[in-house]
Design a protein around this ligand. Sequence first.
Ligand SMILES: [Zn+2]
Length: 142
Amino acid sequence: MEEQKSKDSGGLFFIEQSIWTKMIAHCQSEQPMEACGLLSGTGGHAETIWMMENVENSPTAFAMDMEQIRRVFRQIEEKGERLVGIYHSHPTAPPVPSSRDIEFANYPEAAYIIVSLAKRIPEIGIYHILEKRVTPILFYIV
Ligand SMILES: [Zn+2]
């Protein structure tokens, strides 16, 4: 399937079912703290999950360790993949980016995935964040 990438719309995002399940399980396992991680793959298709340490160890914020990021980026490159998504959880807030999330969104090419655990069933929002502008992305679990 050819992906048509548009600069104006948020575009489309595809995520493997197994990655989806692992991402939600990771977020649930870190409760009540925020969890974070990276997704890599090709095009807008997430095929590999990289669970990252939240060095903030906070229920309302996350930050990744620069050394771990460098190591994972190297492994992503070795696999011939690219960074396609950045996820983190909101243990008690809805799946929308906080002002801090928008402030620190430095990868305009990546999809920002927020897993909200505020309700019994996890809710997920996926966005592009470019120059502080947030655009929802349509996503499919494949
Ligand atoms: Zn957030």
